[in-house]
Write a protein of this length. Structure first.
Length: 644
């Protein structure tokens, strides 16, 4: 009986229902499709973390042998694991493994070994003798079953153009849904071989290099070999009637293959798009060092989710899209070569991938203008007042894969850090971080990244990381300026969106001074609130522009010249500073509006034109710098008001 006949018989006996999932994709310039796919892929698996019992050994190598038919949601096969005990001798080994799968046998040194598949999704294997510390040993687990549908991700059977497909996607905790494994992000497998048998007419996409296709009776076995350390959630395969073609990235006399497995109905569209990734690979190589898996390949495998997934050496993508491709490609450096050592540090993966797609635009790749990329991301990052880049709740998939914080705000925090320390120190520090022999092809934490940027820049970044990575919020500025002769005076007032977390953000602030067809950009190192700076400018300034190149993660400032702040003849606003109320004295007044530094109207009071002095109460208005705009006689006058 052929593999597929046996498989169909098992399925008929089990009467296991087949489930197909569809997805809705909405796209706008902020690319929520990329975020939403990764969030959905992780949903319903957030409690499925790896057991601490799997920490007793170091996993060195896996040999996977699987049989799958893309028309049937089912897997059968074996996983052979080579391991070394760590910390102590061991006589028992644990794997994470879903209760939906059935273990047929465990083989140890050619003999059957004792095992128990525990209800807590753990497989316990008891060895006949103790394995001593540091000894390399191996065990094989034979199993089968229909992996449970966790809602999204893990092990999906679906269709494209009425053709069946199976793909896996395990981030963050889905590996144990379809294989015995170490399910967390504490141990990378040093290398693997993957043998996937499938009915003839299908192709299997996988990690590493395709070594051979072994023909059988109505079936073929695809052998993929990967010789780099890999985290469990980055192991994957996909099976359907793929069309295969390659692009090549030249490096002097060498080349890197970009291997593409795509649906026949979309092959022409993909063939037009994938050559764009050649320039992206070359750019990332120049900025961050050679492609991390240069001895093997990079590639794309098409699948059915509304986004992509950075499986090591072969990203899974839904469609040929430049920014999606640039994002997943960047993960080969940030996420695959160096992998966040905790989901608290997911920004080290996702913020970098987001920023790298922007760097493509900066260096002339893709079609989105670089300024638009920065503007979109800045405005999205400050669309809510709270939240840190560092993930403070790893039990929530929405928090881990938060598009505003883990992706967008983090990308702008990186961009701003580049501004703070300069391009040379920034990119050198990043290259050192990626090539550090202690960190490369291993797990990293935020402290590791910070230390390399401090070393390259020669300065402490404790305050910056405290404010911008671990702290919440962002600043909003009011800039008040005036000119006397050639001297321009600029005063900065700042309000933090979450003052209980970060009361003040110290930053160098670029200001462009424009006038008479001339312009000059001056940088002021703003270290305290209410700071006043001067600059010598040899022309008459008629306007100023805050952060003209969009380096800062700051709210759009209200900018007012000093002459707009001066009292009109016979008009007074007092007391100033004040607390709880303000008196307004003048003629022809109609209304007074209190405006915060974000330009939002906080309070409005109608005034009476025939009354000299009128009181405006300011109940429960927080302390800070505000603008008081007076409507009178068909014009507006604005005064700076401080509330203590």
């Amino acid at each position: 009986m052929h593999t597929w006949q046996r498989l169909q018989l098992v399925l008929l006996l089990s009467l296991f229902p087949l489930v197909s999932f569809a997805q809705q994709v909405q796209v706008n310039p902020l690319r929520p499709d990329i975020v939403e796919m990764e969030r959905k892929a992780a949903s319903a698996k957030m409690t499925a973390v790896s057991s601490e019992l799997t920490d007793a050994y170091d996993l060195k190598y896996n040999r996977f042998r699987w049989a799958v038919d893309p028309a049937v949601k089912y897997i059968t096969g074996s996983v052979t694991s080579y391991f070394e005990p760590v910390g102590a001798n061991m006589d028992t080994l644990y794997f994470d493994l879903s209760d939906s799968l059935t273990v047929d046998s465990v083989h140890y040194h050619g003999n059957a070994a004792s095992f128990v598949h525990l209800s807590g999704e753990l497989l316990r294997i008891v060895f006949p003798a103790t394995i001593t510390l540091g000894t390399l040993d191996s065990v094989s687990v034979w199993y089968h079953g229909a992996p449970v549908g966790t809602g999204f991700g893990s092990f999906i059977q679906d269709q494209h153009d009425s053709i069946p497909i199976i793909w896996t996607l395990s981030e963050p905790y889905g590996g144990k849904d379809w294989m015995p494994c170490k399910n967390g992000i504490t141990d990378k497998i040093d290398s693997l071989d993957m043998y996937v048998t499938t009915p003839a007419g299908n192709k299997v996409a996988g990690n590493g290099v395709l070594v051979e296709v072994i023909p059988g009776m109505g079936e073929n076995t695809y052998h993929w070999r990967h010789r780099y350390p890999i985290a469990t959630y980055l192991i994957a395969f996909a099976v359907t009637n793929y069309v295969e073609y390659s692009n090549y990235v030249p490096f002097g006399g060498d080349t890197l293959e970009i291997l593409n497995y795509v649906f026949p109905e979309d092959s022409a569209h993909f063939a037009y798009y994938t050559p764009e990734m050649i320039g992206a690979v070359q750019l990332y190589d120049s900025l961050f060092g050679i492609y991390p898996f240069q001895d093997e390949k990079y590639g794309h495998a098409q699948f059915g989710w509304g986004g992509g997934m950075e499986h090591q050496t072969m990203s899974f993508v839904i469609n040929p899209d430049f920014e999606l491709g640039a994002h997943e490609l960047a993960h080969q450096w940030f996420g695959d070569k160096v992998t966040c050592g905790s989901w608290q540090d997911i920004w080290l993966n996702e913020s970098w991938a987001t920023y790298c797609s922007g760097l493509c635009y900066e260096f002339g790749l893709g079609t989105l203008p670089w300024m638009d990329f920065k503007r979109f991301r800045r405005d999205f990052a400050i669309s809510a007042p709270d939240g840190s880049v560092w993930c403070d709740d790893t039990t929530s998939v929405n928090r881990i894969f938060n598009g505003r914080l883990s992706y967008t705000k983090g990308a702008m925090v990186l961009h701003q850090l580049r501004w703070l320390i300069g391009d040379s120190a920034f990119f050198q520090g990043v290259r050192n971080y990626l090539s550090d022999p202690v960190l490369a092809y291993d797990f990293v934490r935020t402290d590791d990244f910070q230390q390399h940027l401090e070393a390259s820049s020669g300065r402490s970044l404790n305050s910056y990381f405290s404010d911008w990575v671990y702290g919440q919020g962002y600043p909003t500025y009011t800039v008040v300026w005036s000119q006397s002769g050639n001297t321009v005076s600029v005063e900065f007032s700042q309000t933090a969106s979450m003052p209980g977390s970060v009361p003040f953000f110290a930053l160098p602030i670029p200001i462009r001074l424009d006038g008479n067809g001339q312009s000059v950009t001056v940088v002021f190192d703003n270290t305290s609130n209410g700071q006043i700076f001067t600059a010598n400018v040899p022309f008459s300034v008629d306007s100023i522009v805050f952060d003209p190149e969009i380096w800062l993660l700051a709210n759009q400032s209200v900018i007012a010249a000093n002459d707009e702040m001066e009292l009109a003849a016979g008009m007074e606003v007092f007391p100033n500073p004040t607390n709880g109320f303000v008196n307004i004295r003048g003629q022809g007044m109609k209304s007074a509006t209190l405006i915060d530094l974000a330009g939002r109207s906080i309070l409005k009071t109608d005034l009476h034109a025939g009354v000299g002095t009128q009181r405006m109460d300011l109940p429960l208005v927080p302390a800070g710098i505000y603008l008081l705009r007076i409507e009178s006689a068909g014009k507006q006058q604005t005064f700076k008001l401080r509330i203590d």
